[in-house]
Write a protein that binds this ligand. Sequence first.
Ligand SMILES: Cc1cc2nc3c(=O)[nH]c(=O)nc-3n(C[C@H](O)[C@H](O)[C@H](O)COP(=O)(O)O)c2cc1C
Length: 185
Amino acid sequence: MTLLDPNVAATALQDAPADAATFKLAMRHLAGAVSVITTGRGEQRTGFTATSVSSFSMEPPAMIVCLNRSSSSWPVVQQHLGFCINLLAHDQLHVADRFSGRGGATGVARYEGAAWQELVTGALGLSDALTVIDCELDEAIERHSHAILIGRVRAIRTRETAEPLLYWHGAYRHISNLDRVLTSA
Ligand SMILES: Cc1cc2nc3c(=O)[nH]c(=O)nc-3n(C[C@H](O)[C@H](O)[C@H](O)COP(=O)(O)O)c2cc1C
């Protein structure tokens, strides 16, 4: 079966136990745009790669991001009281890798290898990201392993012409060729 097999749609859905392993497999079907969330100032700067990003409300403009509270970014978000959502373009896979911790980079070292500009909240926005959305932390709702971060939008920058970096079935992908798995350099 290829991922885009037209016969897949004809397959009947089957009940499965709602345990963690089955849930993890089910979530592989949830295609997501890849963002890098930046937070902190100076030597405290850090951030993480995220797919759990969504617009939340129009009035006022607000976003949500879900953050694992075991992540090194969680105490920094609480102290900085803001974060910046950088929606990645398909040619920014190397930035996604660094901010996911792959390769071992931590904290401010995750910013190396890309160009950044300081925004209204003091967080850094990625030059040439598809869209950069700088947010002030409105509320952090702690539930289970994660915190739901609600961010009030303070500044926006966009780049109109590029395509997004996607994550689906455990791999980074390009929207115009979903069968092609992108790998790191
Ligand atoms: C494609 C992808 C999506 C991710 N999405 C999230 C997310 O939405 N929320 C989250 O807390 N971590 C997410 N992670 C994990 C973080 O990027 C990071 O690995 C984790 O926060 C550990 O960071 P630390 O080394 O700073 O502790 C994702 C990782 C990848 C590769």
